[in-house]
Design a protein around this ligand. Structure first.
Ligand code: NAD
Length: 292
């Protein structure tokens, strides 16, 4: 090569190498996120991922003690300027309104809602009391409605839109034995997301859904009765439950809270800017086919 050309190439290669070494700007820097069910396994993993991508996160949960533990653990990875927590019940209209006002006041707005709070309470149809039925509807449908309505109003007011992600369930698409109250509520959650997506399109608000299947490690849902009920309904020992779900899946993999967090992050961020009203199953293939 002529001397000047060789010099130019070396110069640009050095510049390129410098750029590679420079810290990349965080994709959610300046964004404010609210995560419901933030004391739980999936909620905490989601909060950790959003914080790592530069967002400010408000965590909320009905369980005040567990929420404080979650906040303390997140403070180890993010500064106190970026993470806050407020206890609340998503089925209470007044508490939801107060929570949204507190989020906006603390961080100056709301760009991302991760509606994730939930329970697992179910029984075979004949044993499903009105109390069990209403509990599922109140938390998983009415609660999601109240939080997303408040978030929608805030996002619309800001005039820069926003992104909502609902953590529903594979069971909102596929029926599961002995869990009609839960499955029906999760199906309603998914449809609520589609309805809000339709109204949100006009004001820049996207709404998508992540459907986990059997996230056993880290989840408080799987700590007690639910594990025993699912084990009994599948005729296996409670200790074998994770292996049972892994073997049943198409990919032969266990789904972890971090897997759900990755999907939530994708849908919350601009990386999915052309997706709304969509459902992403993170289920190792379980919704697509029966494997046994
Ligand atoms: P988790 O129990 O660890 O977390 C859920 C959190 O929601 C809990 O901390 C609980 O206190 C909170 N919560 C319950 N009711 C509330 C209310 N009224 N107001 C505010 N907070 C409330 O469970 P998880 O596994 O992290 O579940 C998160 C979401 O994922 C739930 O919506 C659940 O239905 C869904 N999901 C979980 C699985 C799984 O196998 N873990 C599978 C499919 C879907």
């Amino acid at each position: 090569l002529p001397e000047q050309e060789a010099f130019d190439i070396e110069y640009w290669l050095l510049e390129e190498a410098k750029l590679q070494r420079m810290p990349k700007p965080k994709s959610l820097a300046g964004r404010v996120a609210l995560v419901t069910g933030g004391a739980g396994g999936i909620g905490q993993a989601v909060a950790r991922q959003l914080l790592a991508e530069g967002a400010c996160v408000m965590l909320t949960d009905i369980d005040g003690a567990a929420l404080e533990e979650a906040r303390q653990s997140l403070l180890k990875v993010a500064g106190k300027d970026n993470v806050a927590a407020a206890q609340g019940d998503i089925t209470s209209e007044a508490q939801v309104e107060a929570l949204l006002a507190a989020t906006s006041l603390r961080f100056g707005g709301l760009d991302i809602l991760v509606s994730n709070a939930g329970i697992a309470s179910a029984a075979p149809l004949e044993d499903t009391t009105l109390e069990i039925w209403n509990r599922n509807q109140n938390i998983l449908v009415t609660g999601y409605f109240l939080v997303s309505r408040g978030a929608f109003r805030l996002m619309k007011q800001q005039k820069i839109g926003g992104s909502m992600v609902f953590v529903a369930s594979k069971n909102g698409l596929v029926a599961s034995a002995g869990a009609s109250a839960y499955c029906t509520a999760k199906a309603a959650e998914i449809h609520l997301a589609r309805c809000i997506a339709l109204e949100g399109a006009a004001v820049g608000v996207r709404v998508n859904v992540v459907n986990p299947d059997a996230v056993i490690r880290g989840s408080r849902i799987w700590d007690g009765k639910w594990k025993e009920e699912r084990a009994a309904s599948n005729k296996i020992e409670t200790d074998d439950i994770e292996e049972f779900y892994r073997q049943r899946s198409m990919l032969k993999l266990s789904v972890l809270p971090e897997d759900i967090a990755e999907a939530v992050y994708f849908l919350a961020s601009d990386k999915s800017g052309k997706s709304t009203g969509n459902v992403l199953n993170v289920d190792a293939g379980n919704a697509a086919a029966f494997t046994r």
